[in-house]
Design a protein around this ligand. Structure first.
Ligand code: GLA
Length: 388
């Protein structure tokens, strides 16, 4: 589908957009539910994302329109501090509110958004729209924020304005992403390395289960709280802020302090998943995709049984993959409770994979999945007017 955002902007606002920016979504290759536990994650930016066209206006209003939704949202300097009824507009509203709180002057602006990340699919459509807004305003007004400052602004919007106690991975991934590279990010120190992803004879597929993520936010916050409870138990003998400060050996010495079985399972997932990211980074660096794939399956199993954030739809996809000799690894990606899985499959097998998986999935679940082959792509940038 070809969309000329400049033309669409002119149709909506009867003037030209002054700039158009793109910000990607992300997949996390491995290291799930680890960021808010202070450990290692390995996301990368993808080619699906959010475009935003902007132009100033003279009436001092902030106007938010989107080609994806019919509702127009309008805010001004008084109402920008509050959430609005239309859910998607709360992300740009939250960003402008943060910038103003930070002492920046943001005059009236007209926005037109377009996104091709399926909403609620676990590919970070919300981080993408937050960073799209923050990046656009930073560039347009020359606000002088560096990339990490933009990430922190967007995270504050997610945590304080939207109310999801998420970690920093998504905002970091969509901002720091680079073509053909994964980000190995330590979520406590925010030190990171870019690792070249050479998939050789394989491709990365994204499989959207198309299962709406009902109650995902409340269950997510529940998992965050469970990990904090685990830390509290462990603090009876040792001092730590985050679970991932513990090695597997050290955890084994103190895990007896966690008397609740569910909390113990959650903590066990976190400790082992953090270890798997170390191993996965080594495997990727050494071009050992078979080991990488095995770690993906192990990650999924742990998210299914110990962390309990999968579901029959994601499990159906991963079960199919593990029985298919042309697929070397698969797992859910993102928060879980529906959304997307990723799989590493042989190059050239994409069409058959889509056919076979679709049959299997429809038979088990009753509706269609959506399957993409994904590039690993660059972070935010200025673009021309047409989205190809
Ligand atoms: C969501 C959150 C991230 C991260 C993942 C799970 O995407 O926004 O911060 O916790 O879930 O790994």
């Amino acid at each position: 589908m070809n969309i000329n955002l400049q033309e669409k902007f002119a149709e909506q606002y009867h003037k030209n957009a002054e700039a158009i920016y793109f910000t990607p979504g992300r997949v996390n290759l491995i290291g799930e539910h680890i960021d808010y536990n202070g450990g290692l994650v390995m996301p990368c930016a993808i080619s699906l994302g959010t475009w935003v066209a902007i132009a100033p206006n003279s009436d001092g209003q902030y106007r938010f329109k989107s080609l994806n939704f019919d509702v127009e949202t309008v805010a001004n300097s008084n109402t920008i501090t509050e959430k609005n009824g239309s859910i998607w507009a709360n992300y740009p509203i939250g960003v402008i509110n943060e910038l103003i709180r930070d002492g920046k002057v943001i005059n009236g602006l007209d926005f037109l958004f377009y996104g091709n990340i399926p909403i609620g699919s676990g590919l970070s459509s919300s981080a993408s729209i937050e960073i799209a807004t923050a990046f656009a305003l930073n560039a347009y007004y020359n606000l002088g924020y560096d990339k990490l400052a933009l990430v922190r602004i967007a995270k504050r919007v997610e945590n304080d304005f939207i109310g999801l106690n998420s970690g920093i991975m998504d905002q970091f991934a969509v901002t720091f992403g680079e073509r053909e590279k994964a980000i190995v990010l330590d979520c406590e120190t925010l030190k990171y390395k870019m690792v070249h992803v050479d998939l050789g004879d394989y491709v990365l597929a994204i499989i959207n289960t198309n299962k709406p993520r009902e109650l995902a936010d409340s269950k997510y916050n529940e998992r965050v709280a469970e990990c904090q409870t685990a830390v509290k138990f462990l603090n009876e003998e040792i001092t730590l802020r985050y679970l991932c400060e513990l090695s597997a050996e050290k955890f084994a010495l103190h895990s007896h302090l966690i008397s609740n079985e569910t909390i113990l399972n959650r903590a066990t997932h976190v400790i082992k998943e953090n270890d798997r990211v170390h191993l996965a980074a080594k495997a990727l660096n050494g071009g050992d995709l078979t080991t990488f794939g095995r770690l993906m399956y192990a990650s999924h199993e742990s998210l299914r049984t110990l962390y309990e954030v999968s579901g029959k739809e994601l499990d159906a996809v991963v079960d199919f993959c593990s029985g298919d000799e042309h697929v070397i690894g698969a797992r859910m990606t993102g928060a879980g409770f529906g959304g997307c899985a990723i799989a590493l499959l042989e190059k050239g097998y994409e069409e058959d994979f889509a056919k076979h998986l679709t049959n299997y999935y429809v038979d088990k679940i009753g509706y269609l999945p959506t399957i993409y082959v994904s590039d690993i792509n660059d972070g935010p940038h200025l673009v021309t007017d047409t989205i190809g």
